[in-house]
Write a protein that binds this ligand. Structure first.
Ligand code: NDP
Length: 236
């Protein structure tokens, strides 16, 4: 899985380990030592590796190493993501490119590399972490919303291409979750959001992890090309 060092990714890795999976933890800057410690409590295999998902060669190498060291690749979770917010009229090219390259091209890089061993095995589960704003838009996040909306089209196309090989591809789309990514929001923005969320709280990484584990499990074997929203009712 990608982006296992912080936030939602930590909880996804731990929940997958709890469900019995070995986990190949990747990170970009922050070594996922705490994630590895928590994952190892469940006794499964755990390997950590540095990976910038936006780099095609690194994605290819990570998938290769994962297959070698873990003995296969059954579940790919594309969780790595960044924001570089700003109003459209002032958005820099680099802010557009960085967000698209990490959030959308990164997922593409990983899916293209991972579907080869999965096709060979005739089994795979690919779960892309999108966002509620990929379905509803958000001022100041044109780049981020476009990347997450793009992820839905990528997911649906891959789901159609890969279904005959027993590879299911879905999106989990979190609403507002308490992590470093949402830490920087102003108090007024947080209050306005809270008023718009029917369950009246931000989500936790654990809330998102439950949906990922479901889509990785046999319980979801007839579900592909879908967007599973985990947002407390913010968007319905
Ligand atoms: P965080 O900022 O807490 O963590 C982001 C993770 O992505 C880190 O592990 C980071 O690694 C990794 N990452 C960033 N860039 C790259 C890269 N180029 N290559 C590999 N890994 C990278 O984010 P969240 O936990 O909040 O978000 C996780 C996912 O959930 C993202 O896809 C985000 O868009 C999505 N999401 C989050 C929401 C929220 O409210 N928090 C709402 C909706 C969606 P490192 O630590 O090494 O830099």
């Amino acid at each position: 899985m990608t982006g296992a060092s912080r936030g939602i990714g930590v909880e996804i890795a731990v929940a997958l380990a709890e469900a019995g999976a070995g986990v190949y933890l990747t990170y970009n800057n922050t070594p996922p030592d705490e994630t590895a410690r928590r994952v190892s409590e469940f006794g499964g295999k755990c390997v950590s590796a540095k990976l910038d998902v936006s780099k095609t060669d690194e994605a290819d190498a990570a998938v290769k190493e994962c297959v070698e060291k873990m003995g296969g690749l059954d579940i790919l979770v594309n969780n790595a993501g960044i924001t570089k917010d700003g109003l459209l009229m002032r958005m820099k090219d680099s802010d557009w490119d960085d967000v698209m390259n990490t959030n959308l091209k990164g997922a593409f890089n990983m899916m293209r590399a991972a579907c080869r061993p999965m096709m060979k095995n005739r089994f795979g589960r690919i779960i892309n972490v999108g966002s509620v704003v990929g379905s509803m838009g958000n001022p100041g996040q044109a780049n981020y919303c476009a990347s997450k909306a793009g992820l839905i089209g990528l997911t649906q196309s891959a789901a159609k291409e890969l279904a005959s090989r027993n590879i299911l591809v879905n999106v989990v789309a979190p609403g507002f979750i308490t992590t470093d990514m949402t830490e920087g929001m102003g108090a007024d923005a947080k209050k306005a959001l809270m008023d718009a969320i029917p369950v009246a709280r931000f989500g936790s990484g654990r809330d998102v992890a439950g949906a990922v584990v479901f889509l990785a499990s046999d319980a979801s074997s007839y579900i592909t090309g879908q967007v599973l929203h985990v947002n407390g009712g913010l968007y319905m």
